[in-house]
Design a protein around this ligand. Structure first.
Ligand SMILES: [Zn+2]
Length: 494
């Protein structure tokens, strides 16, 4: 691309919006009793209803309605007192009925917002609607190099996913984020994922497709409030890709506009390998779908007292948790973001609950343990060390039984499954040498071996003592308390 993101930003203001699809974690499908388990033998979780066989009739899953109301309430939406499902008509091989049961002009939840934290600032993302629909099946294209239909020998369809309840969360266009637009888009999906996880309504695994984002991007000329033509980048399947997709569309659209062209309203595909989008189909208008109210289902009219009891049962949401932890641990927004982005909030909270100070818990999980997790290519929370182990190691350091270097060796031992921190300390003989007489013999050896250093210290160049401290640490194989060694050396030479 010849127009860089930075150049694009000088001329245009990016505006983005997100449509996020979330597969609900109900045990059965939206309109039938088929199980929703992921990874089953193809076409083993199907019945006449989700295969769209003639004469079959759908029945609405009450838990799916409850989960959607939960999501709507958590996103500060109003919950409709009466609404209907609608048929969205289009042909697609993985959609057995030739229409999708969705919601159109009567969504279950409308008009909310989600606050997200980016670069230490809060951005409020407006939520236009949250509606409920059914997922489609999955086409598998066999024989091609890319897994896409182009170049494939034949295609197979798996209907296990057809009819799984799917919630679509649509934001309003988000203007005014400027340079940070890609990061705000990513932060929104992250916050939404955390929110959905805390509600327990979905396993929100982007890699398994239970959370899928479509990213709308447009450019307005700087200083103008006219919205440009938007494109929709489909099925962006990781948090990082959300950010990259916005960034890449901003550059591409700026290039099109800069060369006198116009942006076409279309669907685009994001390519994980190159980080760019390519043209898909031109975007359908609502009238192309010939929506009409679904005649086989009764309207949804959630009683107000039911909605109130769902509202009362909501767990602590990520934003409330953020406020609580920032105040309890005296963190800035940037420090909080670092913890959240490292996926370490839960483990740090548990480590503090197990007795460590917030500062110690953060230090270990964001430092040594984050490095180890990164090396192993896993989340910190998946490391084979418990918050209680980390709290115990912090306690040993605070008591002076371990220094940081020895503590890192204890962590290594625990990760290598040598046992609890205390067992590793005992087995590897890792306690700090706190016995002064043992240290003094090493100090006397260091003094005897470095007469020139001793002379400099006696001349008043006390920083030269570092050489002697180093020699003693080496002689004790790092098991001494460096501050205590320095004290003893200065005593000896005074
Ligand atoms: Zn079924």
């Amino acid at each position: 691309m010849t127009v860089t993101y930075e150049e694009a930003l000088q001329k245009y203001e990016p505006v983005f919006g997100l449509e996020t699809h979330v597969e609900l974690g109900t045990t059965t499908k939206m309109f039938c009793g088929c199980p929703t388990t992921f990874g089953a033998e193809p076409n083993s979780h199907v019945c006449p209803v989700c295969l769209g066989l003639p004469g079959s009739l759908p029945v609405t899953n009450r838990v799916a309605i409850e989960y959607t109301i939960k999501i709507g309430l958590a996103l500060n939406c109003s919950i409709a007192s009466w609404c209907r499902f609608a048929r969205k008509n289009y042909f697609y091989p993985d959609m057995p009925k030739n229409f999708q049961i969705s919601q159109y002009d009567e969504p279950l939840c409308v008009d909310g917002y989600l606050d997200v934290l980016v670069g230490g600032k809060t951005v409020r993302v407006g939520i236009e609607r949250v509606h409920l629909e059914e997922d489609t099946g999955k086409s598998l294209h066999i024989g091609g190099a890319t897994g896409r239909i182009q170049g494939a020998d034949y295609s197979l369809v798996d209907y296990n996913r057809a009819g799984i309840p799917l919630v679509e969360i649509v934001t309003r266009p988000v203007p005014g984020t400027g340079y940070l637009a890609p990061e705000v888009a990513r932060a929104y999906v992250t916050e939404l994922r955390d929110l959905l996880r805390s509600l327990g309504v979905s396993d929100v695994r982007m890699e398994e497709g239970s959370l899928r984002a479509d990213v709308n991007t447009s450019l307005s000329p700087r200083g103008s409030d006219v919205l440009g033509t938007r494109t929709e980048t489909k099925n962006v399947n990781s948090l990082r890709s959300v950010e990259r997709a916005v960034r890449s569309e901003v550059s591409r659209q700026a290039e099109v506009l800069g060369s006198g062209g116009r942006v076409i309203q279309e669907t685009r595909h994001f390519h994980e390998d190159t980080g760019v989008t390519t043209s898909g189909r031109s975007k359908e208008e609502a009238q192309d779908y010939r929506y009409f109210p679904e005649p086989d289902l009764v309207p949804v009219a959630p009683p107000r007292d039911w909605v109130a009891s769902i509202a009362a049962s909501l767990p602590e949401l990520p934003s409330a948790r953020r406020d609580r932890l920032m105040s309890a641990w005296s963190l800035s927004e940037l420090e909080f973001e670092a913890l959240r982005n490292a996926g370490a909030l839960g483990v740090v909270e548990a480590t503090v609950a197990a007795g460590a100070s917030p500062a110690d818990a953060r230090k270990w999980w964001l430092g040594e343990l984050a490095r180890r997790a990164n090396d192993m290519g896993i989340e910190v929370s998946a490391l084979p060390i418990t918050p209680a182990d980390v709290a115990r190691i912090s306690e040993l350091v605070a008591a002076g039984s371990l220094n940081d270097r020895l503590a890192r060796q204890v962590i290594e031992g625990v990760l290598d499954e040598e046992g609890t921190p205390d067992e590793v300390v005992a087995a590897r003989g890792l306690a700090v040498v706190s016995d002064d007489s043992a240290l003094l013999s090493a100090i006397d050896e260091a003094i005897a071996a470095n007469p020139d250093v001793v002379a400099r210290i006696r001349d008043g160049k006390v920083q030269a003592a570092g050489v002697l401290v180093g020699a003693v640490m080496k002689a004790t194989r790092g098991k001494a308390d460096a501050a205590r060694v320095r004290e003893l050396i200065m005593d000896r030479l005074s």
